[in-house]
Design a protein around this ligand. Structure first.
Ligand SMILES: Cc1cc2nc3c(=O)[nH]c(=O)nc-3n(C[C@H](O)[C@H](O)[C@H](O)COP(=O)(O)OP(=O)(O)OC[C@H]3O[C@@H](n4cnc5c(N)ncnc54)[C@H](O)[C@@H]3O)c2cc1C
Length: 377
């Protein structure tokens, strides 16, 4: 089978892979995205916060994304049934199910000429020292790229091939489950996030004009009991700390509760020679920060600038990745630590409020770790 050459091979068609493909294709780079699944993935993320919206706005995509999403500007937090704080988002955040969001960007990619290979399983990643030479798929297709980006999620095959070390720590104190239910009046009115002294969590928010998402987090022993005994037990548990969302309770009975495994991920490096890691292949934080997508969009923006500025010069690419992309680790580590601090404070009202950082929660990374814009020649 013939070998395809391209400027950039991106492994993974999630938000990071699709957005990077769009930015590179717009600047005339020949891009091939390799996705193991049959379509754009459906992950658990629903919230795009102000920093991510700002990135999209810089590329003319914010209104396209907002048009079909719900715009909100407030989350109300409760502890043991009492409201403890309102978090406001000036300019608002967008709620849009992950696959819808990524498909919007994917549709633009196709218009700009990026190629997508779906159902494309990687067989081997051929290396020459630290340099990625060629990717071979199980169906025999071969891809020879100048640059490779692993945007292939937490279990990244690209990261493994590069031999980059990682530390993944599961959040084991809270078993998370999610269900999609009909929208009730209270959920239509406000996003409400409940914690309790027993270490429980429940989050109610709309995903469109008819449906709501409910996240429930319980200590592992309680999760086992509640979901083994059936949903009526779940309602008894929720009634103890969920006060202003009880009009959703009847819809929780017939709902399907999908367990979600959540871990943090830290990696030893973000690039090696002609390859780089993006999105969940590079970092993962607790979803309660609601910032993973925003940081990934910013990372893709920097990566696109670096790849275009290097313009095929391998030494310059390595230098720019080191100087401009590796420092993203500072912002990622700050976010991961923040997520850890939030989770550690779930049981204790005061500890949670102390851990809560409005600057990170609403606006994202602080000015001192923000990257200067890269001047393109
Ligand atoms: C439960 C949960 C809720 C979240 N909620 C939010 C939120 O509300 N807001 C927010 O900003 N962030 C949230 N996040 C984080 C957000 O989901 C990530 O930051 C974002 O999805 C990262 O995008 P990605 O492109 O790196 O990864 P992914 O979406 O994971 O995409 C990786 C892609 O790579 C593909 N792939 C994997 N291996 C291979 C292979 N070997 N070959 C080819 N393809 C491969 C996969 O099939 C997948 O399509 C949440 C995360 C979780 C777990």
């Amino acid at each position: 089978m013939a070998t395809t050459s391209c400027d950039v091979a991106i492994v993974g068609a999630g938000l990071g892979g699709c957005f990077l493909a769009l930015l590179l294709a717009r600047r005339g780079r020949r891009v091939v995205v390799i996705e193991q699944g049959p379509a754009i993935p459906a992950a658990g993320a629903d919230f795009l916060k102000p920093p991510g919206l700002r990135v999209l706005a810089r590329h003319g995509l914010a209104s396209l994304v907002e048009r079909h999403g719900l715009k909100r500007d407030l989350i109300r937090y409760y502890h043991d049934g009492d409201p403890i704080q309102d978090c406001r988002f000036p300019g608002g955040y967008v709620i849009r199910p992950y696959r819808d969001l990524v498909e919007t960007i994917y549709a633009r990619c196709a218009m700009e000429g990026a190629r997508f290979w779906f159902d494309a399983e990687i067989d081997t990643i051929e290396m020459d020292g630290g340099h990625v030479e060629e990717l071979t798929l199980r169906d025999g297709r071969r891809l020879r790229p100048a640059v490779v980006v692993g945007a292939d999620g937490v279990k990244s095959a690209v990261r493994r091939a590069l031999g980059i070390g990682q530390l993944s720590i599961p959040y084991e104190r809270l078993m998370m489950r999610v269900a999609t239910v009909p929208l009730s009046a209270s959920v239509a009115q406000l996003n409400r996030l409940y914690f309790s002294s027993e270490g429980r969590l429940a989050y109610f928010y709309p995903i469109d004009r008819e449906r709501a998402r409910v996240f429930v987090g319980l200590p592992p022993e309680e999760d086992k009991e509640v979901f083994q005994d059936g949903v009526p037990r779940l309602l008894d548990t929720l009634k103890e700390f969920v006060t202003d969302s009880s009009d959703s309770f009847n819809d929780l009975l017939p709902a399907t509760w999908i367990p979600i495994k959540v871990s943090s991920l830290r990696v030893a490096a973000y690039h090696q020679d002609n390859a780089a890691l993006l999105g969940s292949a590079a970092f993962a934080c607790h979803p309660m920060t609601g910032m993973g997508m925003s940081y990934t969009l910013r990372d893709a923006e920097i990566l696109a600038d670096v790849v275009c500025a290097a313009d095929g010069d391998h030494a310059l690419l390595d230098h720019l990745l080191h100087a401009r992309y590796e420092p993203r680790g500072l912002a990622h580590r700050e976010l991961i630590d923040y997520g850890d601090a939030l989770v550690a404070g779930f049981r204790d009202r005061d500890a949670y409020l102390r851990a809560f950082r409005e600057d990170l929660h609403v606006f994202g990374e602080a000015e001192h770790v923000r990257q200067p814009e890269l001047q393109l020649t």
